[in-house]
Write a protein that binds this ligand. Sequence first.
Ligand code: IVH
Length: 724
Amino acid sequence: MDPFVPELRRILWFGLTLPANSIVMYSKENTRELQKITEAFIKKMGAAGMTASDAENLRDVLRFHEYRYYVLNDPLIADFEYDHLYKALEKIEAADPALITVDSPTQRVAKGLTKEFPTVQHLVPMLSLDNSYNGDDLHDFDRKARELTGLPVIEYCVEPKFDGGSISLIYENDMLTRGATRGDGVEGDEVTTNIKQIRSLPLSAKFSSYGLQQVEIRGEVLINKTNFAKYNEYLTEQGLSPLANPRNAAAGTLRIKDSAEAAKRNLEAFVYHVSYFSLIQGKKIPDALLTHSGSLAMLWELGFRSPQQEKKLFKGIEGVINYCSEFEAGRDDLPYEIDGMVIKVNDIALQDKMGMTSHHPRWAIAYKFKARQGTTRLLKIEYQVGRTGAVTPVAKLEPVAVGGVTVSSISVHNEEYIREKDLREGDMVLIERAGDVIPQIVKSLPDVRTGEEKKIEFPTVCPECKSKLFKEAEEAVWRCINIECPAQVVERIIHFVSKDAMDIRGFGEANVRKFYELGLLKDIPGIYTLNFDTIADLEGFKEKSIQNLKSAILQSKQQPLHRLIYALGIRFVGETTAKTLAQTVSHLLEFKNYSLEALQNLEDVGPKVAGSIHHFFSNKSNIAMLEHLEELGLSLKNEKKQIPSATGLAGQTFLFTGTLPTLKRSDAENMVEENGGQILSGVSAKLNYLVVGEDAGSKLEKAKKINSVKIISEAEFLQIIGKK
Ligand code: IVH
């Protein structure tokens, strides 16, 4: 039987057809059918609602859309539509738990914490790969392969070498029964619950259509670069230490005890090898498993993300070498990290003939890209003071080239990070620059210590102004709380003139530092009283540049109030909160009279933010500074507040998440504001609409838990504001 033409099952209520049992293979026809059923379901939800008889079809539909989203990266429905369908299935299953199947999309969600991960034995040991670094190495590999097989030309399959954590999966009778980490290659940790959180891995797959009963497959778990950056941002916000690279993040997540937490990290997986299979009685080995490329195609057909589109076949090694270089050149454009390519003899019978060493198969080799890791010496730690007084330790390194970039200093974040990594001055350290990720210290190398290394003592006083440092209980960061501290003053001025704040072009960080050091600029109001005669005498300042600077400073006086508020650098007040504040008052100094409670009543302002705003406006020197700016011609008034503008959305709050199909986020936000609505920065009960695009993450999850928040698509948003 052709495995791609499964038996068909009639779906009575639509007269549409789907494969015989609930695990669907995604041929073109199936795609059309599934999409029709999806649309009918979406319509039906608005009307009569779902019934128990819909459970199986709903599961098929949900699986199909998971596949479109997570494997093909090409969704056919909006996230919120998926969510509605998912909720409908959850409701049906909750009403009648007998309807639940182990591979239902609702069954990925785990309950409770895993106590420990049992050790399990792999059906076939997970070997490593031999490495090659250049064309000569690959020529050697090809020569040996020809010798071992006795063939003049060999066909190779070349695919990316994914840089994550390796996994081994067992499917039995089409169901995922076990997922394990590599461990020592013979035994690994059983991490099935966390593996189930990876939506690009199907919980069931129709291996039986290939005559297979039990299958062990290998793959790599990854976190893409965007999700990794988001995750590190989140860690930093929480005062925790960021992770060195996506590989550590992915591998670490597999062993996390709380699978709900694992789900949040949005792991992805590629599968690239069938290491073991047993046949259903009476079936013969399927043609797909006679070649490596056939196995990749089979996995792809079954709904896995295999490197089906990335792989390429070559007769002989020359094409292989070119393909490896091509891929290396485009490495940074990929959404996930790869550290090389894997070259595999395509014919499985030849693979068996060539065999393996105890370490690696003789029929495959990794071609490693230029290293993005390097070792160097940590010379000393310097401390930088930011505009909010946060003291950040920075490791000064003996310069080292890593992936084409020379690195000589790296942030080491906070005191705890230094302790966790056991860093000492004089240590040799391993550093890594993972793609577009900022370089990080992976670890120190204690084995090569000489005894001369010095323990790092975090300062107790500010390195700039010598006032005592403070740390709040739940924070990792030490702070200088002297607002006159010169380092903070300079950083505040740099922020004030920056592009997203008052946007004073031609000022820039270097000029702020120079003018400050020369005593020409002491504080923010000083920007507006600069002595240009003195500046004209400085090296590098021509008449034209002075003219430009003068006019940029003058123009900045016209900036709207929300930009000025943001430019003040009040802790926790980002651009969105600045807009909220600007809309609240007619004159900025009205905030002097706002109580903490009144501030907290503002849309989008929680206790932490309110505390910071209150603190700012209770400080006499801040008020004096604002009065001074007003005297200098800056407007503290909310010019717009007096003029009622478009009010179609008055009182309505919006938030955007994910990538919108057609609108730029900033344009969409402007549309809301132009229509009298308001943008919030986070999901709360105060939010009326969450507009979701592609890749919507935690905001959507949170919004789903608050009944009053309406989750809408871009199209619906455009309808609301009357653009469609
Ligand atoms: S094949 C017996 N293919 O790289 C064949 N491995 O450094 C085993 N890896 O342990 C591996 N991408 O975890 C293979 N496309 C790919 C791979 C790949 C990443 C990992 C795998 C292996 C390690 C060796």
